[in-house]
Design a protein around this ligand. Structure first.
Ligand SMILES: Nc1ncnc2c1ncn2[C@@H]1O[C@H](COP(=O)(O)OP(=O)(O)OP(=O)(O)O)[C@@H](O)[C@H]1O
Ligand SMILES: [Mg+2]
Length: 604
């Protein structure tokens, strides 16, 4: 267990940064939230004091000879004040704080957190997203942040109320004895220590043993997502997966239960000790009432506020423990939010402003993934403006990696990529991306309308004619024309009335998206793998028309598409082994010729 001091300072840091965040999201609401919480602590003491006055005055009145018929005004006022203060408590604390501001703040806060989380994740570098450590961190955060952090704010609200309560009661009791509040506080303090200890264990179920928790979520996903159900049904692997799920649940349950078991006695012994001490204190001051040193009202006041103090300290300790528990989930959120940019943009980065596709030059480029071996070695080649270049090679050769470098998802380990002679690292990224259109094998299937699916290629344009042209050129119009709602047809199964498409149909739509964008450089990484041969032929015919004078970089395993390229680059184990036109490469009779002939043989 880490040192208590360390834990406390971390907790203090989290209180500050979460409150700062809450203030950023809605400062006014947070202020009202905490003010009403303070009201909740002070009003019961005021009420108890007014009650003390009422009792003392009643006793005083009865002791006067010849009891009066009319009630002295001071008693009426004191009692009225007592009920009024209770009313204030009910309205401000139980009404506004607990049932209104708490709810509003929670919703606002959740929305604010979600926005920041989505913004951060969508801007994370691929280097982060593909790293297991960051994936682990994301898992920890995504399953908890929308409720653990708002719970942290709520818990701090309770503690704030407890603290104000403890201070106010201590002040109220100090004229009688300064020792009473001190003793009650001392008796409750072991709870705080044990709660600190306990908080760590709760964390271990989801966070500390994250790999197991991650496996649990993942196995659950496999059992419940449609695509995997189709496969597990046929392989009849559900039973095996369910067993695995049970095993993981059992494991996590056990590691969570163990520390709870040892904590059990605290839950019984602590309140028992506290009750004994409070009773002893009351017993200790009781003689003062009998001798008349303390009025009946004062005794009532002391007993009432003592009970309040005990409530605040024991609840405060419990709340403090819970605050600590939530705090452990707060850390990963801030850790994720603080992940630095891996791809850094230089200040004063250059802007390309020609509409013509720029010349691309790979110069002695080498690359290794973080913690990985060298995947690309000494890559040098040029792509001229408007050239059609195909990258070919066996699985794992490094083609997709090369494209990731060109998109600057990663920076090269060695060498440089020049764009019109400028190092890619010195070009403004948003400017560079405006030159690129990409289509990857795992493209997005937007569960939106057909129109949205195409127009999301260039959301700033909104040109209906251009969108329809793109649909025709990509071949997507062939199935769109059968939809009653045409371009307004919802796609995918996620929402009502959504129409599911086949793999190839989705791909055609993704191609329409790139056609709609008409970027000067089009990168296609196995764009037609799921498309039938006839449609593929047509798409490439249209590509010739749409992409006249534009650069095309194509990765494909189909030689029927590759052979038309101006330049074919053969990559083998991260190196360029051959380069030239289809004819040239066949003549040199190297690896390309072997691959081409093998595929051609299959068709004979
Ligand atoms: N994020 C990553 N981290 C570490 N290694 C990776 C990562 N992505 C790919 N690799 C490795 O880099 C090598 C090249 O992968 P790449 O995806 O570039 O191959 P490819 O030529 O596109 O293959 P395919 O034809 O199967 O798409 C492979 O050995 C792969 O294991
Ligand atoms: Mg690939």
């Amino acid at each position: 267990m880490r040192k208590a001091k360390e834990k406390l300072s971390e907790l203090a840091k989290n209180i500050v940064r979460v409150l700062k965040l809450a203030y950023e999201i809605d400062g006014k609401l947070v202020t009202l939230y905490y003010i009403t919480a303070a009201f909740g602590a002070i009003t019961p003491i005021l009420a108890a004091y007014l009650f003390k006055i009422s009792i003392d005055k009643i006793v005083e009145s009865t002791s006067i000879a010849g009891a009066q018929i009319s009630v002295p005004l001071v008693i009426v006022f004191a009692l009225a004040g007592y009920f009024f203060i209770h009313l204030v408590e009910t309205v401000s604390y139980w009404g506004l704080n607990v049932a209104y501001y708490d709810y509003l703040l929670r919703n606002k806060f959740q929305a604010g957190l979600n926005y920041r989380y989505s913004k951060k994740l969508s801007s994370l570098d691929l280097g982060h997203l593909e790293s297991p450590e960051v994936q682990n961190l994301i898992t920890k955060v995504e399953q908890t942040f929308t409720w653990q952090i708002p719970d942290f704010v709520r818990m701090w609200n309770y503690i704030f109320r407890d603290l104000i309560g403890i201070i106010s009661v201590s002040i109220a009791l100090s004229p009688y004895s300064i020792w009473i509040p001190i003793i009650v506080l001392l008796v409750s303090s072991p709870r705080i220590y044990l709660k600190l200890k306990h908080g760590n264990f709760v964390w271990s179920m989801y966070g500390g043993s994250a790999p197991e928790a991650k496996k649990l979520w993942y196995t659950g996903d496999l059992l419940t997502s449609t695509s995997s159900i189709i496969e597990t049904r046929i392989f009849q692997s559900q039973e095996a997966l369910l067993d695995r799920l049970l095993g993981l649940q059992d494991y996590l349950y056990k590691i969570n239960k163990k520390p709870l078991d040892s904590y059990r006695w605290v839950l019984i012994i602590a309140p028992l000790m506290e009750s004994i001490v409070v009773f002893a204190l009351v017993y200790w001051i009781l003689p003062n009432a009998l001798t008349g040193a303390l009025t009946i009202g004062s005794i009532t006041f002391i007993i009432t506020t003592l009970e309040q103090l005990r409530g605040h300290t024991s609840w405060g300790a419990a709340h403090f423990g819970e605050l600590y528990e939530h705090s452990l989930f707060v850390n990963p959120y801030f850790e994720l939010m603080a992940l630095p940019k891996l791809i850094k943009e230089k200040t004063g980065a250059k802007i390309l402003n020609e509409s013509k596709p720029p010349k691309i030059e790979f110069k002695k480029v080498s690359f290794s993934y973080p913690n990985g071996r060298e995947v690309l070695k000494d890559i040098s080649f040029t792509i001229d403006s408007g050239e059609r270049v195909a990258l070919v090679g066996v699985n794992g050769a490094g083609k997709t990696t090369l494209i990731k470098l060109l998109c600057r998802f990663y920076d090269v380990s060695d060498g440089e990529i020049l764009i019109n002679g400028i190092n890619l690292k010195n070009i403004k990224l948003s400017n560079w991306y405006s030159y690129l259109g990409t289509l990857f094998q795992d493209f997005v299937k937007y569960n939106f309308t057909v129109r949205d699916n195409i127009m999301l290629g260039a959301p700033h344009i909104r040109d209906e004619k251009r969108m329809q042209e793109a649909a025709v050129q990509s071949g997507a119009y062939d199935f769109i024309k059968n939809f009653e709602k045409g371009y307004d047809q919802m796609l995918g199964r996620r929402f009502e009335d959504g129409e599911e498409l086949s793999g190839g149909q989705w791909q055609k739509l993704a191609i329409a998206r790139t056609f709609y964008e008409k970027a000067p450089i089009l990168i296609m990484d196995e764009p037609t793998s799921a498309i039938d041969a006839e449609s593929e032929y047509e798409i490439f015919q249209n590509l010739e028309k749409v992409y006249k004078n534009k650069t095309l970089i194509l990765v494909s395993h189909r030689f029927s598409t590759v052979r038309n390229a101006n330049k074919i680059v053969v990559i083998d184990d991260g190196r360029i082994t051959e380069m030239g036109t289809h004819q040239e490469l066949l003549e040199c009779n190297g690896k390309y010729a072997v691959m081409f002939n093998t595929q051609a043989k299959g068709y004979q």
